[in-house]
Write a protein of this length. Structure first.
Length: 116
């Protein structure tokens, strides 16, 4: 008996295994007093745990979104609005959804727009 694999399914499996067609999400800061950990998909949204490392309450800071060529994707930043007390952590939604999985996106927490 022959196995019932379709040619398309085999190609898709190979592309998926090689990482083709999947996006990489890079999350970084430009010297902000925060730690960003445990980034993962929660349903359709990409989230990370943000921890305040400073001795002061950490107020909202802009989040800038860039593509893989370094071009700014949105003219205005996506606002990170949670205020965190010193040492506190919060799981935050980032401006990335699964609707376009095939693009690399860089998310930067920064008070000033980073140079591209």
């Amino acid at each position: 008996m022959k196995p019932k694999f379709s040619f398309v399914a085999i190609i898709l499996a190979l592309l998926s295994a090689c990482g083709v067609g999947q996006r990489e999400i890079i999350v970084e800061t430009c010297g902000e007093p925060i730690d960003i950990t445990d980034c993962q998909w929660k349903g359709q949204l990409f989230t990370c745990v943000v921890t305040n490392r400073s001795a002061d309450t950490y107020k909202g800071v802009p989040i800038w979104k860039y593509d893989e060529q370094g071009a700014l994707l949105d003219k205005a930043p996506y606002r990170y609005a949670t205020g965190l007390l010193p040492g506190d952590s919060s799981r935050e939604k980032l401006p990335v959804t699964k609707y376009n999985k095939d693009r690399t996106v860089k998310i930067i927490f920064c008070r000033q727009q980073p140079a591209s």
